[in-house]
Design a protein around this ligand. Structure first.
Ligand code: GDP
Ligand code: MN
Length: 390
């Protein structure tokens, strides 16, 4: 789960990580009110979307006078911001963060990311922070310093110092640097994050370290532990179909192909997508209806697949292990009666009571094709979708 910059900065404050004074605003008027409450001087207006690269896309505005805050907020609110991370369709800006401007001497980069390969938390830092960090990592990888942190031991101050020496940070920043890293690590572990990133962590002209940006992603599997973090979820930033799927415990990821796949089990779902591709088609989604799929989940799954306008055919591939095949067949028949399906549907069921289930489907009078094997099913749906397109 991703959160917004303003939310991440709120959490940083709880962990004594310095951030600029500021507050989120949902309207132009609110933006002006917040601006008035801040210190005189430059005020920053920042688009709040779940994507980075805002600076380069015009999503970060520096208002030299307080009177400029309103017009900048007006320009950003409701705007579709397209950054290198949003994809070409962009994201609508629904809120802006209004902050006191900082006096930047240097932009650093620092982050922690969970590295599944080594099972450690990687501390990543660079003196070349700011808007071109990807470029830096690509062209001058030696400017990026890494340090693996053993989860059982946790972050140790010497690791922060060692990274600082490798980066050549000035001595007078060392105390703050080591403390901020320690606090950020504690936040990372306690709150169940997978990634935290401060880019830039700035050095001000009066030698203070301040987190000017904040990007945090939480581990969905740790969300149950923390109600406060769960409350930060912003469904307005999610794909509406994915939000609905989550409500019904369906594991759904939208893709851009045209064959909707309804499968039980993540492994079988991956295999189904591969085989559809091998048969010459392109999957419109990953959808795992789970081991104990019921009539209701099958119906919801059909609804979700049919709501995607790209879907030109549906391939149901279910292995009846925990759940018996005839229950799934019953679910499909009920669902197909309730939701109007006017695209080809191919169903392949295997496992417990597969024979009975196939018979039920064949005798249902519904316009669907029963397939025997995965390959048979995949080639049939690809052929049907191809024929419909011609
Ligand atoms: P991102 O582009 O989405 O990562 O957004 P950031 O929050 O990192 O902002 C992008 C850039 O805007 C930063 O790298 C800074 O150079 C600049 N910026 C942000 N806040 C301030 C500020 O208070 N003062 C100044 N001078 N520049 C700022
Ligand atoms: Mn940034």
């Amino acid at each position: 789960m991703d959160i917004h910059e303003y939310q991440a900065k709120g959490l940083f404050l709880d962990y004594n990580i310095p951030v600029p004074n500021g507050k989120v605003a949902f309207s132009v008027q609110e933006a002006e009110t917040v601006a008035k409450s801040l210190a005189p001087g430059v005020t920053v207006v920042k688009a709040q979307i779940h994507a980075g690269g805002r600076g380069k896309a015009g999503g970060v505005k520096l208002a030299r006078k307080k009177e400029e805050v309103g017009p900048y907020a007006k320009e950003l609110l409701g705007k579709i911001l397209v950054t290198h991370q949003t994809g070409p369709q962009g994201r609508e800006v629904k809120k802006v963060l209004i902050e006191e401007g900082a006096d930047i001497a240097k932009e650093l980069y620092v982050g922690f990311v969970f590295d599944r390969g080594s099972g450690a938390v990687m501390l990543i830092a660079s003196t070349e922070g700011g808007m071109d960090i990807e470029e830096v990592a690509h062209r001058t990888p030696d400017k990026i310093v890494q340090c693996a942190i053993d989860l059982t031991v946790g972050y140790q101050a010497y690791q922060g110092r060692s990274v600082a020496f490798r980066l050549g940070l000035p001595k007078e920043l060392l105390g703050q640097w080591v403390t901020i890293l320690g606090n950020l690590y504690r936040f990372f572990v306690e709150k169940g994050a997978l990634q935290v990133e401060i880019n830039p962590l700035i050095v001000t002209r009066d030698n203070r370290l301040v987190a000017l940006d904040a990007k945090v992603s939480f581990d969905d599997n740790a969300l149950f532990r923390d109600e406060g973090i769960r409350a930060l979820r912003d469904t307005g930033e999610e794909d509406p179909l994915e939000t609905r799927a989550l409500q019904y415990n369906l594991n759904y990821v939208k893709l851009d192909g045209e064959i909707g796949c309804m499968v039980n089990g993540a492994g079988l779902a991956m295999a189904t997508m591969d085989v559809v591709q091998l048969a010459g088609g392109s999957p419109a989604n990953f959808l795992d209806v789970g081991g104990g799929a019921s009539k209701e989940t099958v119906k919801q799954a059909f609804d979700i697949l049919l709501s995607d306008k790209n879907v030109k055919g549906i391939f149901v591939n279910i292995f009846g292990g925990i759940v018996r095949c005839e229950r799934i067949a019953g679910g499909i028949i009920d669902a197909a009666k309730e939701v109007k399906i006017c695209i080809p549907v191919v169903v392949r069921l295997d496992g417990t009571n597969a024979k009975e289930a196939k018979q039920m489907l064949s005798e249902s009078g519904l316009n669907l094709t029963v397939a025997d094997t995965l390959w048979d099913g995949a080639t049939t749906i690809v052929a049907k979708v191809g024929a419909a397109a011609r």
